[in-house]
Design a protein around this ligand. Structure first.
Ligand code: ADP
Length: 473
């Protein structure tokens, strides 16, 4: 018999005495009737007590152990089921309790898992989620919220972490009239961000006291793109309107006051021709840009002999170089592996860079175009997996570009000196086109410049055989 709890002796003694009372009564009757001697009765009664105690002991021990086990269970303690004597019904009860405990534990684990899964799900939402009570104190948040507003948000006032009147007034209004609201607001701290907020009343009575559920969708990037698009349309319209206004002004003059002025007509027609060329260049560049942007997701799969291309482009600028008494020198090895590119787009890159070097290089200076393989790659995600690339550098001797302008040169219509570059004939789109083409080619552009000395524009391109595997994929 295995019993795991020590039964207090007093309990056993009391129960034994109680159960032996009838026997004691019988013995007393036998003494009174003189049918048994006192010594005999004492002997018999003691034997009776021992017998009762022997029967009661395992029974009471089991009961005692079981009582403690149930108390432990009630206090949610993790205890093993006691091993009891298997000869009585209490053992079956113990087994039943044990099964009950196992089933509780299983259910508890399930609930724990479900809670964890819900927690993970809420955390993995990209939107910021904040739940507050009636007093606008934060009760729950997800990871996105903690990433932006800090780790210890629980218990803080909503106004302390998002001090924005538009959001706070919206939240107060939802609390009042129970109607959900959607609004947009801008936050300056901890970093400038635009949010679209959805504020709703928690739909059921919450045991945890949740009253409001606020979801914030980060629309900073969307706003930036919207602004970029609006700026672009405004800039493009301005660029187009200027030559158009000039052309229509000259037409009016030629129709009116200068109608019969032969000399003025010649002069005006030449300006109009210049302006219409500028318009054509602008529209051509705009179309190129939009075509490149439309294909930006598809990586080109062609193989291009870059040496031949650079030579051809140099030739095409020979006349313009002659006009400015400039010399173009190509510094290149005998052979080079082919690069992965779209021939027409890459030609446009080389064309724009040599064109700029000629436009902005000083008269009588030379331009050095170097083409080679390099293993010192730019700090750009496109080259993380690569050991080498082809680099084409175009170096001019012009005014150079001040450092603060360098990061903005590839923005559409960005010009260092607007008046001067417009006069030179630039559209302000050349480098934006270069950047977009290189993005599509998974290449890179770096710009080095020293004011007063000149600039070097370098294009990095992947070698076809190095990336052939993922070109096919
Ligand atoms: P643009 O058609 O006006 O030349 P780009 O996009 O090609 O437009 O160039 C943007 C601006 O960058 C130019 O307006 C000019 O101010 C500057 N820039 C480009 N290339 C050079 C260069 N080689 N030397 C000096 N400035 C340059």
């Amino acid at each position: 018999m295995t019993v795991h709890s020590s039964l207090p002796l007093s309990t056993l003694a009391k129960a034994t005495a109680l159960l032996s009372l009838p026997a004691l009564g019988a013995f007393l009757v036998l003494i009174v009737r003189g049918e048994m001697s006192v010594a005999g009765v004492l002997q018999g009664y003691l034997m009776c007590l021992a017998g009762v105690a022997l029967i009661l002991y395992p029974l009471l021990s089991n009961l005692h152990t079981l009582t403690r086990y149930v108390k432990d269970l009630a206090q949610d303690k993790k205890v093993a089921a006691p091993v009891l004597s298997s000869l009585n019904a209490i053992a079956d009860l113990s087994e039943a309790l044990n099964n009950l405990q196992i089933s509780w534990e299983t259910r508890q684990n399930l609930m724990e898992n479900e809670k964890n899964e819900r927690e993970i799900l809420v955390d993995s939402l990209p939107d910021v989620l904040i739940m507050t009570n009636e007093k606008m104190e934060i009760l729950r948040t997800n990871r996105a919220a903690r990433d932006i507003f800090g780790q210890n948000l629980h218990g803080q006032k909503l106004e302390a972490i998002v001090p924005n009147d538009k959001l706070l007034n919206g939240a107060a209004a939802v609390m009042d009239d129970l109607k959900g609201r959607m609004l947009e607001f801008q936050m300056i701290e901890p970093e400038p961000k635009d949010f679209r907020a959805l504020i709703e009343r928690f739909p059921v009575a919450s045991t945890g006291g949740i009253a409001l559920v606020i979801t914030l969708n980060d629309v900073t990037e969307l706003k930036r793109v919207e602004k970029m698009r609006a700026d672009f349309v405004a800039n493009a319209s301005h660029e187009i309107r200027t030559p158009l206004a000039s052309i229509s002004g000259f037409i009016e003059t030629l129709q009116g006051p200068a109608k019969d002025d032969e000399k003025a007509r010649e002069q005006f027609l030449s300006v109009m021709s210049e302006q219409s060329k500028r318009l054509t260049a602008l529209v051509t560049d705009l179309l190129s840009l939009s075509k490149i942007e439309m294909n930006s997701q598809s990586i080109p799969t062609g193989r291009v002999d870059i040496l031949r291309m650079v030579k051809n482009e140099k030739e095409s600028f020979a006349w313009m170089a002659g006009q400015k008494r400039m010399e173009m020198v190509i510094d290149q090895p005998e052979t080079l592996p082919e690069v992965r590119a779209d021939e027409n787009e890459l030609r446009q890159v080389i064309h724009n860079l040599i064109g700029n070097a000629l436009k902005y290089g000083h008269d009588g200076t030379n331009i050095i175009i170097s083409v080679r393989i390099t293993s010192s790659l730019p700090n750009d995600p496109n080259f993380i997996k690569l050991q080498r690339a082809v680099i084409v550098s175009v170096r001019d001797h012009g005014d150079g570009i001040a450092r603060e302008h360098l990061p903005r040169l590839t923005e559409r219509f960005y010009r260092v000196d607007s008046a001067r570059t417009r006069k030179i004939g630039g559209t302000g789109l050349g480098l934006a086109i270069v950047k977009h083409i290189l993005n599509r080619h998974r290449g890179a552009l770096t710009i080095d410049s020293i004011v007063g000395e000149g600039s070097t524009f370098s294009v990095y391109l992947p070698i076809f055989e190095d990336v052939a595997d993922y070109t096919m994929a």
